[in-house]
Design a protein around this ligand. Structure first.
Ligand SMILES: C[S@@+](CC[C@H](N)C(=O)[O-])C[C@H]1O[C@@H](n2cnc3c(N)ncnc32)[C@H](O)[C@@H]1O
Length: 448
């Protein structure tokens, strides 16, 4: 971590709000610099900071966290303002601008940041005259504030994102709009019905809304929640899983008596969904799932989560995509949720779009194809093979599936109905703007 700079001496803070605004600014600058220099996720840096600095109350944490994430969300524009890296007038301008762009409620602090910025001749910032709801409104507001800048909406995502995604121009604005807002927290009713879960959450003062797309999905809104204070979570009746990610289990459509292999299960978000879907079809389901991953820790976490839900039928088999850890040609279904660039999760991690570069998309193609090819050997005749990623790039998606199919003609693509748009497709990309989710990709193949 870098030491906070002594901006207090350079900028005149007289009122209590100005003093507080300077103190927040120091902390946010320290965290921002750490993320950029160490190239580590902002979530991790901020989590570690709050663990070590217990003095911050919940309001302080909110101002610091939301301002930090906002800087990354709007960095495509802000980097044209804050060019020095120092805690100078351009830094205060950046803080004031992102508070305005996000409509943050702490106007006493954003006013102070604006006053500090305006002490320099470079800036003459004013608050927005009205609520800025669209990215285009925001672009126009900022362009008026910064006459020398040349701003466009597509700058809010790195150039290389547009190069690796083949997005039609008519769709670009909708994608930027989604990528510059946060999706809600999505949950899944794991052992209860959707309505039973909503009723149970209400008792813990959490208002959940039923998803119109899946009868076990609920939106828990945008406010951060303390899961440990929610009884449905403690009893394993609720799992947190983005709605885009839930598409994958729905496409797998496991039958109650099937056996599945989840080859890159991580901590088992999708394993648990598969088992829940089996048990909802038949509470006496004799189906089973074997979950594998290169990392052992998440597999331990998966066992705990399965126990919390009271799920039988789940076991783990670590592997590192070498020799099969399971019996060949023995599974009704194999799910390959492959490691990828995670560009589809940028709404929740806006810093990653600036920390990563094009290489993250180009680097995993061979590994993805290798994992898919090896995993496919476990599918039995007439069995299903599902390939998924949370990438929005055809390089990690369609190109991997096409290369696999060319070398493995015994598999054929199945036509799918996109659950949000109802389109019939063979390769399904969930775009974040379709249903307020993360982005995902899925293709389902059948073994002849
Ligand atoms: C997209 S994540 C899986 C997320 C998980 N399925 C879920 O729903 O929460 C990809 C996983 O692949 C694992 N992985 C990476 N390389 C691997 C390899 N060579 N063999 C097996 N698993 C691997 C990672 O550890 C990571 O947990």
């Amino acid at each position: 971590m870098v030491e906070p700079s002594s901006s207090q001496q350079a900028f005149q803070a007289e009122t209590p709000a100005q003093k507080r605004a300077l103190s927040y600014s120091n902390t946010i600058h320290q965290l921002f610099t750490s993320v950029m220099q160490q190239k580590l996720p902002a979530d991790r840096i901020i989590g570690e900071y709050f663990r070590l600095h217990k003095k911050h109350g919940s309001k302080d944490r909110r101002v610091i966290r939301e301002s930090l994430f906002a800087l990354f969300r709007w960095w495509g524009w802000i980097k044209q303002v804050h060019t020095s890296g120092q805690q100078d007038s351009s830094w205060f301008a950046s803080l004031a601008i992102v508070a305005e762009l996000e409509g943050h409620k702490w106007s006493q602090f954003s006013e102070a940041w604006r006053e500090f910025a305006n002490q320099s001749e470079r800036f003459n910032l004013s608050a927005a005259a009205q609520t800025l709801s669209s990215v285009t409104d925001k672009c126009q507001y900022l362009q008026q504030q910064l006459k020398q800048a040349s701003l466009t909406e597509t700058q809010l995502l790195p150039d290389w994102f547009w190069q690796v995604t083949n997005v039609e121009q008519s769709q670009q604005l909708a994608i930027v709009e989604a990528m510059c807002s946060r999706p809600p927290i999505w949950g899944r009713a794991q052992t209860l019905s959707q309505q039973q879960l909503i009723n149970s959450l209400l008792k813990d003062d959490v208002e959940a809304i039923a998803s119109e797309f899946f009868d076990d999905a609920v939106s828990l809104g945008l406010k951060s929640i303390n899961l440990n204070a929610i009884s449905a979570y403690q009893r394993g009746e609720l799992e947190i899983q983005d709605l885009g990610s839930q598409v994958i289990g729905q496409i797998c459509q496991p039958q109650a008596d099937e056996n599945w292999w989840d080859t890159c299960s991580g901590a088992g978000g999708k394993t648990l969904q598969l088992r829940s879907l089996m048990l909802k079809k038949n509470p006496a389901s004799i189906g089973s799932i074997i979950s594998s991953d290169i990392r052992r820790k998440p597999l331990e976490e998966l066992i705990k989560r399965a126990k919390r839900a009271g799920f039988n039928g789940i076991s783990v088999a670590p592997w590192k995509s070498d020799a099969l850890p399971v019996k060949a040609e023995s599974f009704d279904g194999v799910l390959v949720d492959a490691p990828c660039s995670c560009t589809g999760t940028w709404r929740r991690n806006p810093d990653m779009r600036w920390l990563d570069n094009k290489d993250v998309v180009l680097a995993k193609h061979e590994l993805q194809l290798d994992i898919l090819t090896r995993s496919a050997k476990a599918v039995k005749p007439k069995g299903k093979l599902v390939y998924a990623t949370c990438s929005l790039s055809p390089i990690e998606n369609e190109q991997v599936v096409n290369a696999f199919l060319a070398a493995n003609p015994e598999f054929e693509l199945q036509t799918l109905q996109h659950p949000f748009t109802q389109e019939a497709v063979t390769m399904l990309t969930v775009w974040p703007q379709e249903a307020n989710t993360d982005g995902m990709f899925v293709a389902k193949m059948l073994k002849r």
